[in-house]
Design a protein around this ligand. Structure first.
Ligand code: URA
Ligand code: SF4
Length: 217
């Protein structure tokens, strides 16, 4: 009987390493998004990272460069990490969906939210990344990642910044807003305000890491 849902599960190599996952993911065709994006944008960072950040999907710049969080949202994330006192070297950044989904608008490519089938298709890559890295903390950026990782009814607006201990993938899981939402704030004051709240959430994670997370040898 043909399978009703295709997922990346069938692509995951046995005894994966980050390198083998990255290589195989480059040829993933588990959902239709590979036809639209330029390339698979796999996660990036240390195999020994104790903290994994997971966003929604690569954006325009990420799609072209093949690296996660290198566009405007990534720059904002970098700045926020620095303000919160989280070292970039101790993190690994990735996305729950690894191809850029977009629609043309004039000459621009406009980001389009991935749907439930695409998220389900791609999630095995994220699960494999987490199994290899075994981070102690996972931080979900935005509702798409939070709902995929924590649960479909999870509300970031209500529970942002909380350390959750009841999510199986890591000792501690936190969700906060997506950095793109800060860039979309209506004016400069709102943007500053949102940035302050974002950094405050990351500081909660930073404190948790300082107090509870052992450094990799
Ligand atoms: N937004 C994301 O969710 N991920 C990226 O890699 C870039 C922008
Ligand atoms: Fe594979 Fe994910 Fe790309 Fe879909 S979005 S083709 S599941 S890597």
């Amino acid at each position: 009987m043909p399978k009703l849902i295709s997922t990346a599960e069938e692509f995951i190599p046995a005894n994966p390493t980050l390198n083998s996952l990255r290589e195989v993911a480059a040829g993933c065709t588990a959902c239709d998004l590979y036809k639209r994006g330029t390339q698979t944008v796999f996660g990036e960072g240390s195999r020994k990272a104790r903290v994994v950040f997971v966003g929604e999907q690569p954006g325009d710049k990420e799609d072209l460069l093949g690296r996660p969080f290198v566009g405007p949202a990534g720059q904002l994330l970098d700045r926020a990490l620095e303000l919160a006192g989280i070292e970039r070297e101790e993190t690994y950044v990735t996305n729950i969906v690894k191809h850029f989904k977009w629609e043309p608008r004039g000459k621009r490519r406009i980001h389009k939210k991935p749907n439930a089938l695409e998220i389900a298709a791609c999630r095995p890559w994220f699960e494999a990344e987490v199994q290899v890295i075994k981070p102690q903390v996972v931080i979900c950026l935005g509702a798409t990642a939070a709902q995929a990782v924590i649960g479909r009814t999870f509300k970031v607006t209500q529970r942002r910044g909380e350390i959750l201990h009841d999510v199986a993938i890591a000792l501690a899981v936190m969700a906060t807003v997506h950095p793109s939402s800060i860039l979309r704030a209506p004016d400069e004051e709102a943007r500053r305000d949102e940035m302050t709240k974002f950094v405050a959430d990351l500081k909660v994670a930073a404190a948790y890491i300082r107090e509870n997370v052992k450094r990799a040898a």
